[in-house]
Design a protein around this ligand. Structure first.
Ligand code: MG
Length: 336
């Protein structure tokens, strides 16, 4: 057999009717790293964010201002944001940051952040487990956060977890998800990210949920899809979302993050896998795939595990051996 260089980009065959351009919302530094076992040192996190921006990703969610006891992997959020501010200047203020409550909001505003995200649940059980609050109490907690943030001139996104299934409650009715999403949007969030936290969504389910929001007056321009690849369904769900007019998708470079609620190495859809598909469909995304793969290979080498991304594995075989020296990663933090 001849050795062949792998094809580094797919042939382009556009599908009529899809959005011309997609906004990729990169969650690797936050959602990815918070669910990895090791603690990535602050300078390496900053380098990761910088490399993702340099690869052309338009939105890079930087970190989370939850209590360090909840998410020890991101306990350095303040130092990271201050360092990014020194490095990137004003641009750093637009990197989205998660805030759980008013205390987190105050920390974010003190750091100059102007793009924030709150995170709610579509199910009672997960709201109690993740937020220690029932559904009604979660809206009461977020209401002053969103109001104060928008008054301060910040943009606010709302995440909604367990939109397609819940590990304790099982199937989640479409109407229940729509009601929870409407309540978060009514607080003043500009967009709603629909999370498939356990990765069980199939394409028809995505189509049905986007349509249900449409029936309730929320168009696809206000929705993002945050799909997990736990069952290998994420890209199929993205395609269903594209066909329904959704043009914002949350992904994690290299598929970082695993799945916190299933014993699987595969959680967040990998940004590379999305970029490959969008490129082939002729949908604009603005990302340099080679630069992105190199960044994920560097981080995988540091974390000491191969990337779960099929595209990273295809384009950078053996990357976990670390051809490029990665950051040093500690093992002190407990898993998230
Ligand atoms: Mg995720």
């Amino acid at each position: 057999m001849n050795e062949r260089a792998p094809q580094s980009l797919p042939a382009v065959h556009p599908e009529p009717g899809l959005p011309a351009r997609v906004r990729i919302w990169e969650v690797g530094p936050r959602d990815g790293l918070q669910n990895e076992a090791g603690f990535v040192p602050t300078p390496a996190k900053a380098a990761f964010v910088r490399r993702l921006l340099d690869a052309g990703l338009p939105v890079v969610e930087a970190t989370s201002l939850v209590h360090p006891r909840w998410v020890p992997q991101l306990a350095d959020a303040e130092d990271l944001l201050a360092g990014l501010r020194d490095d990137l200047g004003e641009r750093a203020r637009d990197l989205p940051v998660l805030v759980p409550n008013e205390r987190g909001l105050e920390r974010a505003l003190a750091l100059g952040a102007r793009h924030l995200a709150v995170f709610g649940s579509a199910t009672e059980t997960f709201a109690r487990r993740n937020l220690n609050r029932g559904l009604d109490e979660q809206y009461a907690m977020f209401a002053p956060v969103v109001a104060r943030a928008t008054d301060a001139g910040c943009r606010v996104r709302a995440y909604l977890s367990m939109c397609f299934g819940d590990p304790w409650e099982g199937a989640v009715p479409l109407a229940q998800v729509v009601e929870a999403g409407l309540r978060l949007l009514d607080l003043g969030a500009e967009e709603l990210s629909l999370g498939d936290t356990i990765g069980v969504a199939t394409p028809g389910h995505v189509t049905a949920l986007v349509a249900a929001f449409g029936d309730a007056g929320v168009g696809p321009d206000r929705l993002a899809l945050h799909l997990h690849d736990t069952y290998g369904q994420a890209l199929a769900g993205v395609l269903a979302g594209l066909r329904a007019g959704v043009s914002t998708f949350d992904t994690s470079a290299g598929g970082l993050g695993g799945c916190p609620y299933a014993r699987s190495a595969t959680g967040n859809l990998a940004t590379e896998d999305l970029v490959w598909m969008l490129t082939g469909l002729g949908v604009e995304h603005g990302v340099d795939l080679d630069a992105l793969v190199a960044t994920s290979a560097w981080m995988a080498g540091a974390l000491g595990r191969p990337s779960p991304s099929a595209v990273v594995r295809a384009l950078a075989p053996g990357h976990e051996a670390g051809q490029e020296a990665g950051p040093e990663v500690g093992s002190g933090a407990d898993g998230g």
